[in-house]
Design a protein around this ligand. Sequence first.
Ligand SMILES: *Cc1c(COP(=O)(O)O)cnc(C)c1O
Ligand code: SF4
Length: 349
Amino acid sequence: MAADQTPIPSHSPASTPLWQREWQASFRNPVELLEFLHLDPLQTPGPLMLNPGFPFRVPRNYAERMRKSDWNDPLLRQVLPFHHEEEERPGFVQDAVGDSDAQDGNGVLRKYHGRALLLLSGVCAVHCRYCFRREFPYEEIPAAKMDWDQVYSRLAEDSDLEEILFSGGDPLSLSDSNLRWHWEKTFTIPQVKRIRIHTRVPVVLPSRIDSKFLDLVREMSSRKPLFMVLHINHANEIGPELEERIKALRAAGAVLLNQAVLLRGVNDNVDALVELSQRLLDTGSLPYYLHQLDRVRGAWHFEVPEEEGLALMEELRQRLPGYGVPKYVREAAGEASKLDVSALTRLKI
Ligand SMILES: *Cc1c(COP(=O)(O)O)cnc(C)c1O
Ligand code: SF4
């Protein structure tokens, strides 16, 4: 996402869905956000990057859930760009998870048995500074339906395929009609048993889950099971509006899971992780993965060492029901699955 790709014209008509208008009104400059939070841009805890290569973008709805006058707010820390992103650190590279080796033609990643991950869009509603795809060459993914037609024809030939994942960027940055088109294409492949959507859009722009989208979910999930994996990192991200929308998604037939990234200064303590799981359970969704940070260039300052993560997991197991404990995983290029960090340690691998 090196370039700031914005699919929506800046003067959109009133018929434009609310979520798109809200998205358009996002903060695009860190100073504006700091002023909104009553923080002095001249007194930052580190040197701020005003024009980062991976651009600044934060929807106002998300900013409203940040605490005022608090540099350590866990939501603010996920989006504020500091110059230390530019420091090189050994082991932190452009393609941290071997995505470039897993590319099976444009827009498709094949790493794991039975699953194909489709990069439906290079666009996100928020730009997370820890993002593992912050330097992904999104310009290579298909834009035209004709090219996607070929992608789906190729997938149809794979008799082992069981699941199609919509990812990105963020697939919910697409319009409902575009999304419907892709969904319908997946239904033309009989061996595909279920659809999964990985998204952070509802977290930062809950208005994306409007009645039209819920109708779409209701219709599509009645045809093949739909699993939605939200990317929520902190309990403060689950305000009343998001909670209500998650419940509406469940009522519309989706199975809701969550994936978080373990992030220094955001959720690297047991209380934060317990509260996140409890808030997820309040909404009726299940913690799925707690991800070790992918070692992508620019994100080194978010890393929590694995020994620390393992100790946190041990405490989580003591405080939560089994189904409230996420699996602590790490991505490794060339492996047959994401690696279960706790199990690896028990086996001393
Ligand atoms: C993470 C990932 C998946 C999904 O893995 P699960 O363990 O099933 O959640 C699928 N494809 C790719 C390329 C992935 O990175
Ligand atoms: S929403 Fe996901 S893909 Fe988009 S910037 Fe954030 S972490 Fe990266």
